[in-house]
Design a protein around this ligand. Structure first.
Ligand code: ARG
Length: 604
């Protein structure tokens, strides 16, 4: 017989909450052999007064079985031994278990992190294939601030899922097909200014579109011409296809410039036009399966009555009555539309990548569209296990609370916004560090300016609108990117002053005992331990703001520690231990900011 000493669970993890969870699950199985323990999890205690971790899973198990929850908690507790990591476990409230970590166990975890064994998180046990559809700007139109949220949110979600070990496929669903090309083609053929096109292709294409749009309002003949040009394009007219390709190519150059600036890459950029060959088949299949039907010459999907009206995306309430709200998948002129393309896209992704999950990042105005697409999909592929998620977000508002516009009332272009961010950041940086050479100040300003824009976008709850404020996002105090970048740079400067490599302090190879004596030291250390929870919560709920807030708190705990606990002037053992705390904080800050797509600087 082999005896296990120490961490002997089914799951032997370097992370304390995972080890505790494994023991807890084993104890639950011992008491309730038939229980599915997958949902028996520990979470950080909402109030540190009660401990570090908590589980509420026993109450749910007791409820299912009509057991007394406190009795179940008592029985599980009798089978649970976590004494090498925790103080005696407490039953609280209706049947919670509260776990308080022993300081020595916390210190141990920091020591293993310092040896490079982990950075307070673990790859998931079951990686999934996740397709993320984000950014998706439209050809011949400037990328505007509305696209910034999709681009930045989507990129951070891709980063966190990858870090956790999932197989992530990013796909930029570029709007390179649609009715706008009718007007664009008329404009191109009648008033293209080649010189202007060369100087600023998007601006010229935008001008053409606006000009024809205005002309069409005054003269229906212009609209008719646009319609004809569109039909020609759809029928494969060589001249129109050539112009269309040139418009795509010119737009892509601009998109790529912006993505490079933002440090964003896509695995695929399969635009809407990629799916054109499949559209007829999709419509036919949906008709054959009785999911879509003809209605006034068009083809549409109607409610099948399977959902309560309130949740049925094919119904809308009008004058107190539920009226049909069908999803159009073929217009009466035979043309497919945005919905048809999205259905074809779904089918293609399913066949090509067999994803467990597809995530769409767009603004909230597309809520109904995706509700309908997802509902159609369910009827079309009832067997599919793929989870479809619409990760939607609110608008960016100007300081006047109205949609964010330039002073002259134009839509703000993303490229201009990034320029201005860097310029404004340069002022901030120059005030703080007038002595640095200009090239270095510019480099810092680039990282700070872009970081500020990204962070301002990620820190609010994504579903609420937020007010775009340069002063707020560039502030060195408060929950901003510059504040976090500054916190990181400050730690780097401790290492410079002390003549120690931060890498050397963190990755000690050997063994530096971590001493957690001051309350600020334990608070900081315990916060580091929560990184894993935060990354998983961000990935599960598609909410980067969880990570923003965690990092902000981390920087705050570090500031508290640094004010109260001298580092470089401490006695040798304490100094070494505190340098480890500094280095681990810096590593987590850097890793966290990296997930948000934000660079860190050694000096600011
Ligand atoms: N191009 C669209 C827009 O700018 C967004 C596309 C989102 N993705 C999708 N699969 N529909 O509004």
């Amino acid at each position: 017989m082999i005896f296990c000493v120490g961490s002997c669970g089914a799951h032997n993890s370097v992370l304390l909450h995972k080890s505790i969870e494994a023991r807890l699950q084993a104890a639950v199985s011992a008491v309730l052999p038939d229980a599915n323990t997958a949902s028996v999890l520990v979470r950080p205690c909402p109030d540190p007064k009660f401990g570090d971790y908590q589980t509420n899973a026993l109450m749910a198990l007791a409820k299912e079985r009509k057991l007394n929850p406190r009795q179940l908690a008592t029985d599980v507790l009798a089978k649970l031994d976590v004494s090498e990591w925790c103080e005696p476990v407490e039953i609280a409230g209706a049947g919670f278990l509260n776990f308080r970590l022993k300081t020595a166990a916390v210190a141990n975890t920091l020591e293993s992190a310092a040896k490079g064994e982990h950075l307070f998180f673990e790859k998931v046990a079951q990686p999934r294939t996740v397709v993320i559809d984000f950014s998706s700007p439209n050809v011949a139109k400037p990328m505007h601030v509305g696209h910034i949220r999709s681009t930045i949110l989507g990129d951070s979600l891709a980063r966190v899922l990858r870090l956790l070990g999932h197989r992530v496929i990013t796909d930029n669903h570029i709007g390179d097909w649609g009715t706008q090309f009718g007007k664009l083609l008329v404009g191109w053929k009648t008033q293209l200014n080649r010189a202007a096109l060369q100087a600023d292709p998007i601006a010229e294409m935008e001008r053409l579109y606006k000009a024809i749009n205005a002309a069409g309002e005054a003269d229906p003949a212009v609209l008719e011409r646009a319609r004809q040009e569109l039909v020609k394009l759809q029928q494969g007219d060589e001249e129109n296809l050539g112009i269309w390709r040139e418009m795509i190519q010119l737009s892509e150059v601009q998109f790529t410039t912006i993505y490079n600036r933002l440090g964003i890459k896509f695995d695929y950029a399969l635009g809407e036009s990629f799916y054109n060959p499949f559209l007829k088949g999709v419509v036919q299949e949906l008709r054959d399966k009785g999911i879509a039907r003809e209605s006034e010459g068009a083809i549409a999907v109607f409610s099948d009555g399977s959902l309560p009206p309130k949740q049925d995306p094919f119904l809308k309430q009008e004058d107190g009555e539920w009226k049909p709200n069908p999803a159009l998948i073929q217009k009466s002129d035979g043309a497919a539309n945005y919905a048809t393309t999205d259905l074809a896209t779904l089918a293609y992704r399913l066949e090509t990548w067999h994803p467990a999950e597809i995530v769409y990042v767009t603004d909230g105005r597309q809520l109904l569209h995706f509700q309908q697409i997802f509902a159609i999909f369910k009827r079309w592929h009832p067997e599919a296990q793929t989870k479809l998620a619409h990760v939607w977000f609110g608008s960016i508002l100007g300081e006047d609370g109205k949609p964010f516009k330039t002073r002259s009332g134009e839509t703000v272009r993303l490229a201009d916004l990034l320029d201005e961010a860097e310029e404004r950041a340069l002022k901030v940086v120059s005030e703080k560090n007038p002595e640095l050479p200009e090239a270095q100040r510019r480099e810092i300003a680039r990282a700070v300016g872009l970081g500020a824009i990204k962070y301002a976008d990620l820190v609010p709850n994504r579903q609420s609108d937020y007010i775009f404020s340069w002063d707020k996002m560039l502030a060195l105090h408060g929950n901003t990117a510059p504040y976090l970048q500054y916190a990181y740079a400050r730690i780097s400067s401790i290492f410079r002053k002390g003549g120690v490599e931060s890498g050397a302090a963190a990755n000690t190879g050997g063994h530096v005992p971590v001493i957690l004596a001051a309350p600020q030291e334990t608070t900081l250390a315990r916060h580091l331990l929560n990184f894993d929870f935060v990354l998983n919560a961000m990935a599960d709920e598609y909410r980067p703001n969880f990570l923003c807030n965690y990092l902000y708190e981390l920087a705050g705990h570090f500031a508290g520690f640094y004010e109260n606990c001298p580092v470089l002037k401490a006695e040798p053992a304490e100094r070494a231990s505190r340098l480890v705390l500094c280095a681990l904080t810096a590593l987590v800050l850097k890793q966290g900011l990296e997930i948000l797509g934000i660079e860190t600087l050694e000096q600011m």
